[in-house]
Design a protein around this ligand. Sequence first.
Ligand code: NAD
Length: 342
Amino acid sequence: MSNSINTKLNRVLVIGLGQLGLPVAKYVNDKGFDVYGYDINSESMRRAQEKVGIKITTNFRNFDIYIICVSTHNPSDISSPQIDGLISVINKISMEANNGSLVSIESTIPLGTSKKIFELLEHRLHVVHAPHRWYSLDEEKYGVNQLRVIGGVSPCCLKLGSEFYSGHSKCAAQVFPDDDIVNHYKDQETTDRFTENIANFIENGYRNTNRQINPPIYSQSLEIPMHTVSTIEIAELTKIIENSHRYLQIAFAEELYLYCQANNFLFSELRDALNTKWNVEILEPRGGIGGHCLPKDTKMFLNSSKVRSKILQSAIEVDSLYRDFMTRREKKLITSVENLTN
Ligand SMILES: NC(=O)c1ccc[n+]([C@@H]2O[C@H](COP(=O)([O-])OP(=O)(O)OC[C@H]3O[C@@H](n4cnc5c(N)ncnc54)[C@H](O)[C@@H]3O)[C@@H](O)[C@H]2O)c1
């Protein structure tokens, strides 16, 4: 076996160049990786090329890392989850990618999706989930490089993912003792089919460094602080629960607003007064809970359990009542303005 520990991997393909994928591709490119982009929408590809200088391709061959940022909602109902596009991307990766490459799913996905993908790829590739927290209204603070959670389907997946994102696998080694990673490789017959580079690196790295942190396998890292979790399911759950939590907070604000309307109180005054307490933060209800993240992710969480969350089901009901109220009020307002002007 040739010693190829110093061979650094740096070819990245970002798949899905929408609201999230575009800043991700730009960030990875700025970090010095050789970045390509792919999207089923040719306009998104053109924009990535012209605005961010990303090379575009329809060819999935010879990449070291695949970052998946495709949409995971139903195109005809943005509040419903759908992973057909993601699965078609995985099928293409399965047919064209080199063994041993890393697949990182940054899109928000239903519980159990990463393992399904890992099985589709037969562990010929490594699979991690690093769900995104990107926030378009404050990219400076909550952009691509903010603290994130990462989970791997197996210890070797997590090790590679951690090295790519944060530059070291120290956090992976804390979750899985070194021996677990070595044993995993010994036990898995699929290891033989990995590219020589990666299998050789892991074997030599762990045997030669006497439990020290290995030299990096990628040409550089994204230098993103990552919070490592021991199972991929915990990583999947964190994202959909974060957004369910936000959904609940907004729905409570909507309910308080409806309460004030029914009981003749001024919501803004009540809210200001409540928010003077150190541990209270009542949000401001706006046009209802929309977009393709909060409603869809909350449904993903609701669908993840046989025992459906009662509080979230009620929150969805409250949001629907609030929207009806706002629509009725708007119609009434338009009618009274029309009456005034006639
Ligand atoms: N936008 C955010 O603020 C944000 C934050 C955190 C997580 N997310 C999650 O990230 C994912 C992407 O969100 P987004 O806001 O970028 O959505 P988006 O609709 O803006 O972009 C998604 C892109 O994926 C492309 N796409 C869809 N199917 C594809 C396929 N089969 N092959 C290639 N490309 C395909 C679409 O053409 C589109 O350009 C979602 O799962 C979302 O929940 C988004």
